[in-house]
Write a protein that binds this ligand. Structure first.
Ligand code: CA
Ligand code: CA
Ligand code: ZN
Length: 298
């Protein structure tokens, strides 16, 4: 496992670099997301649910970097990950996923084309050969999935079924409100709580993940295998990286002349969209393997 260790080191180094660079997502959009998280968690508490929304990872388009927003800043150092065999998730060691077909079409793309691109992205992560999780697709049962969607009032249901739910393609402006204009995709991570406290039943110093929901912004125009303007598979691949517990990666540069962002090294898990990217890079694989190589063992 020499290779994995090497990648872990590179990853840790790059994370440090990324932190040195000031995040360029606007404070306004981060505040809006924090407000939304407060509303969602107040609802979950009122409903007696034993999980809370803890992390929001969002990916942005080109000229602004995406970010990770924590509900409780104390948990930033802890990280968050699935517990293998977690009885609260049914006791299995597979990671299950489903794709909501009710709001399952990207703007300017057919439903079938969107779903096929999503399936290819899932396959790409499933094919990383250091791990054999496996990722298992579940049927969506024709339900409009989405707990966040339901609480903020744009469809959805107050329930979840898969570990990772691609919960829909819709206008973020309409459903989430203003302040989401530059966001292409967003992953919501819910963690288990017990008696109001976060849990870590496997004692790995990471908060135990309950489930994750991913949404895509149809205020953009999407395409299949094209950069004009945004490739569905690329963004699904990125968001699913978050679904599988990876964070953002890479140092961000801004070209003063045109305000464009560049990344070093370029990777699927960079914090902004920088063009079509359907293959995982060394750092994407390294990040994934450092998390999953020994699953379901520690
Ligand atoms: Ca939905
Ligand atoms: Ca844990
Ligand atoms: Zn991201």
């Amino acid at each position: 496992m020499k290779k994995v260790k090497c990648y872990s080191f590179v990853l840790a180094f790059a994370v440090i670099l990324a932190l040195i660079i000031a995040p360029v997502a606007s404070a306004q959009s981060v505040n809006k997301i924090k407000k939304m998280m407060e509303k969602i968690n107040a609802n979950l508490e009122a409903m007696g649910e034993d999980f809370r929304l803890e992390v929001v990872d969002f990916l942005t388009y080109k000229d602004e970097a995406g970010q990770t927003v924590y509900y409780n800043n104390r948990t930033k150092q802890l990280g968050h990950h699935w517990v293998p065999g977690d009885p609260r998730r049914g006791g299995g060691t597979n990671i299950t996923w489903l794709s909501d077909q009710v709001d399952g079409a990207a703007t300017a793309v057919s439903q079938a084309g969107t779903q096929a691109a999503m399936a290819r992205a899932m396959e790409t992560w499933d094919d990383v050969n250091c791990s054999s999780i496996p990722l298992v697709q579940l049927p969506d049962f024709g339900i409009d999935w989405g707990y966040v969607q339901w609480i903020v009032g744009g469809g959805g249901i107050p329930g979840w079924y898969a570990d990772i739910t691609h919960a829909g393609w819709f206008s973020f402006f309409t459903v989430f409100g203003a302040g989401w204009g530059n966001v292409l995709g967003v992953t919501f991570t819910y963690v288990w709580v017990s008696g109001g406290e976060y849990t870590d039943i496997d004692n790995n110093k990471k908060l135990d993940v309950a489930f994750r929901e991913i949404y895509y912004n149809n205020d953009f125009t999407w395409g299949i295998n094209t950069d004009s303007p945004i490739d569905v598979e690329t963004v699904v691949l990125h968001e699913t990286g978050h679904g599988l517990s990876q964070g953002h990666f890479g140092r961000i540069f801004r070209t003063e002349a045109n305000g464009m962002l560049h990344f070093a090294p370029r990777a699927v898990m960079n914090a902004a969209y920088s063009g079509i990217q359907q293959e995982l890079t060394g750092t994407d694989n390294g990040g994934h393997c450092s998390i999953w190589a020994h699953w379901p063992n520690r």
